[in-house]
Design a protein around this ligand. Structure first.
Ligand code: EPU
Length: 416
């Protein structure tokens, strides 16, 4: 199994380009099932979760053409509606196939994703929403079996603003009979982007990216071309890495407006941050950052997907700060690994109290999930000596060429 070796050697410096967002690409790929005409996508990131999503579509009978960051999806010959456990268990985003399958083919058979390293992550909102639209849903043998000859528009209010449940229901409602109103919908930019794509396929979606999304169902959707927006979490990860190593980097091909809260926290930590339309420059002027309090919440607040990276930043910063995780109940698996590198972190329920250390020590550590891996990388870049990160397949799920990108910024890093 691959491992990443990092020798901590001080500041990251230089320029890095950001790939398309994994979490924006996954829903628009699933939307490829909504029309028999070809969907052409660009700025698709080269990450494992995308490979898994495409493997799933191929199993269903889709033809996929992939050339660099470009992708054509042809779902005119779909012959199966089954998304098997073997693939779904490796990527929970596969739940996004449920809505499109039942909407276009009247049937879906999607494995329940099962447990996850960051929490129990139920899918009750996805199911309740589709039931409100008239789908008959049974759980049999670990699979969600959904049926409905034609979904009906409905008024549905989420108990919790779930990102993928909002996306699933927007896709399903696009082909439903009548109008659907989703209340307490997720506000994430990825939801707004999906709304844009659906409209370019002929759907009638308004309010995507706000708390109330209205979808007027249409009889059919057509092909479209769409560019996936930049990855705000990859952006934030590089910025946190530069801040933790007392570096200075420019991040290009990004969207500063997607991460205002994260940028404000980096400024509060003492980094100088400048931004244009599609770039961000961060400079610590060689200074150690100050510890900053963060508390995760749905967009536009501080993202749970940046919590682990800020844990690493705080573990190296001056002072004490709390990191509070409010979205997932078990997203602190990286804490024990950071402690093995000498970090001073006390856990009290879903709050971590972090007292920064001038240096951490390199150690063998194990990645437990995607963002936890990014946290360990950041800690390793700023540590004294060598760190070996095991189970890096977690990192491959969501970061395109991260080892090469960090090496370009001056890190001593290799994969073996
Ligand atoms: N929830 C429920 N019932 C549901 C769905 C969600 O109780 O049916 C709860 C969850 O347990 C959680 C909260 O609602 O407490 C929010 O979860 P959400 O459904 O929004 O998460 P998700 O849609 O499964 C997406 C991202 C995650 C990201 C979260 C939160 C994708 C493919 N995944 O997951 O990304 O952490 O939103 O922003 O978009 C990652 O990229 O590392 C990652 C985990």
């Amino acid at each position: 199994m691959d491992k990443i070796h990092v020798t901590g050697n001080g500041p990251l410096r230089g320029v890095v380009r950001i790939a398309g967002a994994k979490n924006a690409a996954l829903p628009v790929i699933a939307a490829g099932l909504l029309s028999p005409e070809t969907l052409s996508l660009s700025n698709i990131p080269a990450v494992k979760d995308i490979d898994t999503a495409l493997q799933l579509l191929e199993l269903l009978g889709c033809s996929i053409e992939r050339d660099g960051d470009k992708l054509n999806i042809d779902s005119s010959q779909v012959h199966s509606v089954r998304a098997p456990y073997e693939l779904v268990k490796t990527m929970r985003g596969a739940i996004l196939l449920l809505g499109p399958l039942v909407a276009r083919f009247g049937e879906a058979d999607v494995s329940l994703p099962g447990g996850c390293a960051i929490g129990s992550r139920p899918v009750n909102e996805h199911i309740a929403g589709l039931e409100a639209m008239g789908a008959e849903i049974n759980i049999e043998g670990g699979y969600i079996k959904a049926k409905c000859s034609r979904l009906q528009g409905a008024h549905f209010a989420f108990d919790i603003p779930s990102v993928t449940a909002t996306e699933n229901l927007m896709m399903a409602a696009s082909l439903a009979d009548g109008t659907t109103v989703l209340e307490n919908a997720a506000l994430e930019p990825e939801v707004e982007d999906l709304g844009r794509l659906l409209n370019s396929m002929g759907a009638k979606v308004t309010g995507a990216g706000t708390g109330t999304v209205t979808i007027e169902g249409v009889a059919q959707l057509h092909g479209a071309s769409h560019a996936v927006p930049p990855d705000r979490i990859e952006t934030g990860t590089f910025l946190a890495a530069a801040a933790a190593t007392r570096g200075s980097i420019s991040v290009l091909d990004t969207r500063p407006d997607f991460l205002q809260h994260v940028l404000a926290k980096l400024e509060a930590a003492g980094a100088e941050v400048e931004a244009g339309d599609d770039w961000i420059k961060l400079d610590t002027h060689g200074r150690r950052c100050k510890a900053v309090h963060v508390s995760t919440a749905p967009y536009p607040a501080f993202p749970t997907d940046m919590q682990a990276q800020f844990m690493a930043l705080n573990a190296l910063a001056e002072g004490t700060a709390t990191v509070i995780e409010n979205i997932f109940e078990n997203r602190f698996m990286h804490v024990a690994e950071l402690q093995r590198m000498g970090a001073e972190i006390e856990l009290q329920g879903h709050t971590a109290i972090v007292t920064g250390r001038e240096r951490l020590q390199g150690a063998p550590v194990m990645a437990t999930d995607l963002r936890a891996s990014a946290c360990l990388l950041i800690a390793a870049l700023a540590a004294e000596g060598e760190t070996t990160i095991d189970r890096v397949y977690h990192l491959d799920r969501g970061y395109a060429n991260i080892v090469d990108k960090l090496a370009e910024l001056g890190a001593i890093i290799h994969r073996a």
